[in-house]
Design a protein around this ligand. Sequence first.
Ligand code: ADP
Ligand code: MG
Length: 296
Amino acid sequence: MDIALLSVSMNVYSTKRIAEEAQKCGHYIELIDHTKCSVKLGMDKPRIYHREEDITNEFDAIIPRIGAKVTRHGVAVVKQFEMNGVFSTARSLSIARARNKVRTLQIMARKGIPIPETLFSINPDNIKEQIEILGGAPVIIKIQEGTQGLGVILAESKKSAKSIIDTFYKMDTSILMQEYVEESNGEDIRIIVVGDKIVASMKRTSELGEFRSNVHRGGSTAKVKLSAKEEYIALNATKYLGLGVAGVDLIRSKKGPLLIEVNASPGLQGIEAATGINVARKIIKFVEKNGLRKRK
Ligand code: ADP
Ligand code: MG
């Protein structure tokens, strides 16, 4: 198969690993930097260019690895491939849904997937009351489109929460407020779903004195055994967002597992190291199963 790997650089562990496994499986794979792609629309069939090269009919499948910074353009390029009938491991709509935490949580709440109590607003006039509606301090404040733990703040008191939220509202930054699940103890669970199967999972534990368990914030990883409920949440969250490949994040609370976010381009380094599982290979096998069927 001819596969396009939509990513800005080959110097990223996950990108390298996916390319390596595709080649080992006998496929042609090319790095397509979506920030260098143009789409031409008009009376003729829409055409997709990578720099000056017309790549409209070059690929059987795409694997989008769209980072946080150029989501909007990346999603539009993915959408065009989709409309041209090319298989994608992540639909454009699904990438957009996963990118925004509020949008993800709205879908989860509607589908009955357990999530932490969450409130979003843009009204600066009654922030104290909003905190009370949520259940009072301490609260977690999150930038809606943050990643890697940056933009996640723990406000211990109502007073500090108010001043932080005031600032975000002034800056026109979209945030959400969330109950602080203290008993999760700085740990979360990352579950990788490919197709309709869980292929790997790990527990991340935060550094001492830190509540965010992100590996980028110094978190360490270990193998973990999932409960049936956790498996159910991961598989269904992925299905409801419409993703082919997903990294589902849960925290363990007194009320049971709670979904906090879903990543449409989950990193492979931490999970492959923690579990010894060849996740990149599983992604290629998934593409093999679905890719040709669409185009031919
Ligand atoms: P990011 O997209 O930046 O990774 P997350 O929502 O995943 O943002 O939050 C980062 C980390 O903070 C999580 O992995 C978890 O360890 C911790 N965390 C997030 N939300 C809560 C919460 N409501 N209660 C307790 N800890 C949380
Ligand atoms: Mg996270």
